[in-house]
Design a protein around this ligand. Structure first.
Ligand code: FAD
Length: 396
């Protein structure tokens, strides 16, 4: 048996022994486990599953062992992912520290910063928020105005961030701040870590049309931030920001993690809600071929991801492919949502009405929520500009 086959057999046995049956069901949003000082577990099983994975470092399987990660090679991490998918294991931890901040800190942080923050992310002890966007700086992020003045032994931060997802629940925030107002836009920006419990930080939730609120505006009013919280070099925060955005965009392209519930099967829903012919296939030829077309495109997208994986493995990454992923993945997800809505017809018109069942409510909410995927992490228009310029070499 090859090493990888041995690893697969051991991983399969370990998952079967440690993942409770209840954690092998599709997960609802309210059952997701997010990190944080005030972390809550929806059940004893969910806590046991989370702790087993975190103790092994498998909440961040490929991060170095010295910082509490799993220390797996990319091939082993992929095997773990496949085995978890085979058993339908729930993701043990939802956390932007895992998805975006951790990888950027591993690339740009100093030793003390990695020792301080990475193990806490792996263990889900600290919840992170992202402080990039401002009321006047979204797509044109480099025009941000929140400033950090050098006061000798600390930075003094003043300004505001907007659309900070879950800032009201976060313990720490990573922020882009202006440290040199006289330098050209991108060159005067630094990357700073701020404890949300610092004096002068306040958060105001923004109410959405759904009545729920994950978005916040975050205010910094004379906040003192220790100098050691600067990541990377002073005025070179844009490099860290770009590294982080790369991970954010890959995440947005590949995961339905922020949806109400993951992995609805288009085909299964179609078979459940549409009339079938005597052979058990969907009777309506038009919708059948549109479903087939989308499923083929989704398969092609999977293959594109697979190609990226082998490029990473061979350390020969074609950056142009990465630029395409977010745009294609998010659009595809939205097309799937639209088609699911068509399949369900007027059953998908309800948000909470008792005439519809829970699956039908979730389908409708996913459709509405997933619209945000082509905005978050950089809008599709901006992604298309990047693809045109950097991947296709078209003049602006
Ligand atoms: C679900 C979600 C979660 C988010 N979470 C966070 C978070 O945690 N932290 C954070 O900092 N931010 C967060 N954001 C904010 C997000 O990064 C911004 O919404 C995004 O960058 C767009 O900025 P904007 O909203 O200011 O839109 P704008 O930049 O004002 O854009 C408005 C419209 O104009 C278009 N446009 C702008 N410039 C160009 C151009 N040059 N060419 C063509 N079209 C253009 C855009 O594509 C868009 O359609 C989140 C957003 C969403 C939807």
């Amino acid at each position: 048996m090859s090493d990888l086959e041995t690893f697969r057999a051991e991983t399969r046995a370990w998952l079967e022994a440690h993942c409770p049956e209840s954690q092998r069901q599709p997960i609802l949003k309210r059952e997701q486990i997010w990190g944080g000082r005030n972390r809550v577990f929806p059940s004893a099983d969910a806590q046991a599953w989370f702790e087993a994975m975190a103790d092994r470092g498998w909440t961040a399987p490929s991060w170095p062992k010295e910082y509490g990660g799993g220390g797996l090679s990319i091939e082993e991490a992929k095997v773990l992912q496949q085995e978890m998918a085979r058993l339908k294991c729930r993701p043990p931890l939802y956390e932007i520290g895992i998805w975006m901040f951790g990888p950027a800190l591993l690339a740009y942080g100093n030793e003390a910063q990695k020792q301080e923050h990475i193990p806490k992310i792996v263990k889900g002890e600290i919840r992170w928020a992202q402080g990039y966007s401002e009321p006047g700086a979204g797509s044109d992020l480099a025009s941000l105005k929140t400033k950090a003045e050098d006061m000798g032994d600390h930075f003094l931060v003043n300004g505001t961030k907007i659309w900070t997802t879950n800032a009201h629940k976060a313990d720490w925030i990573f922020c882009l701040v202006r440290t040199d107002p006289s330098a050209p836009k991108q060159q005067g920006i630094s990357f700073l870590l701020i404890d949300m419990a610092s004096e002068g930080v306040s958060v105001s939730p923004i109410e959405l049309i759904s009545g729920e609120s994950e978005f916040c505006q975050t205010f910094f009013d004379n906040v003192k931030v220790p100098k050691e919280n600067l990541v990377g070099e002073l005025n070179k925060g844009w490099d860290v920001a770009k590294e982080l955005l790369k991970h954010e965009r890959t995440l947005m392209s590949s995961m339905e993690s922020m949806s109400e519930k993951e992995d609805f099967s288009l085909l299964e829903l179609a078979q459940q809600y549409l009339s079938l012919n005597s052979e058990g296939t969907i009777e309506d030829g038009e919708i059948r071929s549109r479903i087939a077309q989308l499923l083929m495109e989704m398969e092609a997208f999977e293959q594109l991801n697979e190609r990226m994986f082998y490029q990473y493995k061979a350390k020969q990454v074609d950056q142009r492919l990465g630029m395409l992923l977010k745009h294609i993945g998010t659009k595809q997800l939205q097309r799937k949502d639209e088609l699911i809505l068509e399949v369900l017809g007027n059953k998908a018109l309800s948000w909470t009405a008792p005439t519809a069942n829970q699956q039908e409510h979730i389908v409708t909410r996913n459709w509405a929520f997933n619209k945000s995927h082509t905005i978050a992490g950089g809008t599709s228009e901006i992604q298309l500009n990047i693809i045109a310029k950097r991947a296709l070499g078209m003049a602006s």
